[in-house]
Design a protein around this ligand. Sequence first.
Ligand code: NAD
Length: 334
Amino acid sequence: MIISIFDSLRFEKSYIEKANNRRHELRFLKPELSEQTASLAQGSDVALIFVNDKADDKILKTLHEVGVRYIALRSAGFNNVDLEAAHELGMKVANVPEYSPHAVAEHTVALMLGLNRKLIRAHNRIRDLNFSLDGLIGFDMYGKTAGVVGTGKIGAEVAKLLHGFGCKVLCYDIRENASLVKAISPEYVALEELFSRSDIITLHAPLNKHTYHMVDEKAVGQFKKGVMLINTSRGGLIKTEAVINGLKQGVIGYLGLDVYEEEEGLFFHDHSEQILQDDMLARLLVFQNVLITSHQAFLTDTALRNISDTTFENINAWADGKSAPNEIKPAPES
Ligand code: NAD
């Protein structure tokens, strides 16, 4: 098969080539998938896409017109694909449901510790030969209440890590995770209760119409003063404006983001020679108590290997005329 790889990033090329094992023709494309770029897949069977590649109904139609029949996501989240439209066009879609929940969970905790112990500020200060400790007071994680929203693969790992720190773990999900309950007996509570009782809130629910802007003005109004909010799931879970106001009022004491609702076209790429046009991001960047990474929570060697291997298990199954092991179909609730 011919595979067009949209938004292909330098660090993943060798992993993709290795997993392909010279079986298919690979076309590495730099641009993200969009209305303007979809026709670059001309003559390809598969569009291999990433988190910020948009595959709405119009774009899927263009892909279909140029010959694409399969959409392979090299990510777990698939909120960027219109599954209904793909289904109607007879296109198959598959994702990589699990490649390393540990990678994302560990980065989540890295954001918590980095913010809490003000590691970036301390490091910058020391590079300036300023060894003062003023302004660097953190808090013990031990004994704090941590609220985990979404206790699937990643959320469950985060809950276990926080349990290991000695946190009291609260959870919210539309369904309880039985193996997590068995492992650490967290307290499942309503979302409002989690928001109002937690010292640390960490988001791990998928982005869909039910979770879009789940952290808005109303939610921020329920937060404990000084709360730490972490989002390594999808940017759209947070209404950025509401969180900026929460930071200005001191309600949010710490904010750690690996994802941002306007990250498309920005994250993963070097814009250092350009003028930042995003005023909300510019505002976020001047808070001392905000730590942002560019959607890198997944970025470990283990995860990259697993992503590529599973991607080619999906593609090879299609090439052999079978169903892909991780095919996703439109669900009534999504
Ligand atoms: P998962 O499907 O295993 O878990 C998601 C959990 O959210 C499930 O338990 C589900 O029941 C729950 N959920 C669904 N709707 C909900 C709602 N309305 N309220 C609360 N909970 C709800 O997924 P996962 O592998 O744990 O991944 C979670 C998210 O992390 C993904 O959707 C993806 O967007 C994101 N992610 C980010 C990165 C990164 O690099 N930053 C990497 C991988 C995944």
